[in-house]
Design a binder for this molecule. Structure first.
Ligand code: GLY
Length: 355
């Protein structure tokens, strides 16, 4: 599968990953390699990764706890302390082997340790393969507010070995699919149609779809790496989706949602806002709603929940000057950024989602 060049690095796939990694390690002057894993990837992914890596350097494994609630500055501090205790220096390399939590947090840890050391992302979840590991966004949550602390800093390479998906639970596969569907909605109607007609999610069918999603995201990132304009399109469904995700993380009486489950709800609601303000047709809106509801069902939210979620919108990173700014669809395949919508439409969007 063809490697995808990005701004300062490349994204490699399957067997090419290990060839590229080994030749990079041979020609670079790293002092030590730290592999960051979580409890799941330590068991399921590290043995395969280690069996493919060919290097004379000392390898140290650092494990963090799995799950979004551990994507915090406290966890970063623990990792920084371990790096320091194990004599990490400026020529250290950090390899982030895991899902979105590991690649986001590990990228941030690397970006700040000794003012920045090299890192490589090896995504092991579908979500991280098609979104989190690509494009240089690194960071952690602040309390339960998503990704409030972080920097944009590119990894030395991204290695997508699709066989890691063989041990991924099906709900995690569905979660990643939501970001892929988003890529179709914002950029490519044909791709959206291909994805929504997928019968079952198997890693073998998915390979070229993953490649296509990475390609779509990478093209956007190359044109707008610092999210001044077009890159905001990648946040379609995320303004309300992140608020819903944070709300569920913070309230024990409601099930914690995976990122993809939350943005699926966000995409239906923001689809409604798109219909009301940006020209998305009623048929397109119905297609979006039916597709996401069929895969992800409906999250039951009360009026009180809705008010708390709306309160959380003020933390969205696309906001400025006190205004909440949405990325919304003009049609399936085209997206507009910096759209401001009236409050009553948000209320209607929640009702439309529940209906
Ligand atoms: N996950 C959205 C972006 O990387 O811009």
């Amino acid at each position: 599968m063809k490697s995808i060049p990005s701004l300062s690095y490349s994204i490699h796939f399957n067997e090419t990953c290990y060839k590229e990694l080994n030749s990079y390690l041979e020609t670079s002057n790293f002092s030590k390699i730290f592999i960051l894993v979580d409890s799941n990837t330590h068991t399921h992914c590290l043995p395969k990764f280690l069996s493919n890596i060919n290097v004379d350097l000392t390898l140290e494994i650092i494990e963090i706890e799995a799950g979004e609630i551990h994507k915090t500055l406290d966890t970063c501090t623990q990792v920084w302390q371990t790096l320091s205790d194990l004599d990490g220096d400026r020529k250290s390399l950090i390899i982030n082997l895991g899902g979105g939590v590991v690649t986001d947090l590990g990228g941030f840890v690397a970006s700040a340790f000794k003012r920045g050391v090299s890192f490589i992302n090896v995504p092991t979840s579908l979500l991280s393969m098609v979104d989190a590991s690509v494009g240089g966004k690194t960071g952690v949550d602040l309390g339960t507010i998503k990704n409030q602390i972080g920097v944009i800093n590119f990894s030395d390479m991204v290695l997508v070995d699709v066989s890691f998906l063989d041990t991924l639970p099906s709900e995690e596969m569905r979660s990643g699919l939501a970001e892929m569907l988003k890529h179709g909605l914002i950029k490519d109607k044909k791709y959206w149609n291909r994805l929504r007609n997928l019968e079952a999610l198997k890693s073998s069918d998915l390979e070229d779809l993953i490649h296509e999603s990475v390609h779509i995201k990478n093209e956007v990132v190359k044109r707008d790496p610092n999210e001044q304009g077009e890159r905001k399109q990648l946040n379609f469904g995320h303004t309300l989706g992140h608020a819903i995700e944070s709300f569920c993380l913070d309230n024990n009486y409601i099930k914690t949602l995976l990122h993809g489950e939350a943005i699926a709800a966000g995409m239906i609601m923001e689809g409604y806002l798109s219909f009301k303000t940006c020209g998305l047709t009623e048929d397109e809106l119905a297609e979006i709603k039916n597709t996401f509801k069929e895969i992800y069902g409906t999250v039951a939210l009360t009026e009180n929940d809705k008010s708390s979620i709306v309160e959380l919108l003020k933390y969205d990173k696309k906001n400025s000057h006190g205004q909440i700014k949405y990325a919304l669809l003009e049609s399936i395949g085209t997206c507009k950024v910096d759209v401001i919508v009236e409050d009553y439409l948000i209320d209607q969007a929640f009702k439309y989602y529940a209906s």
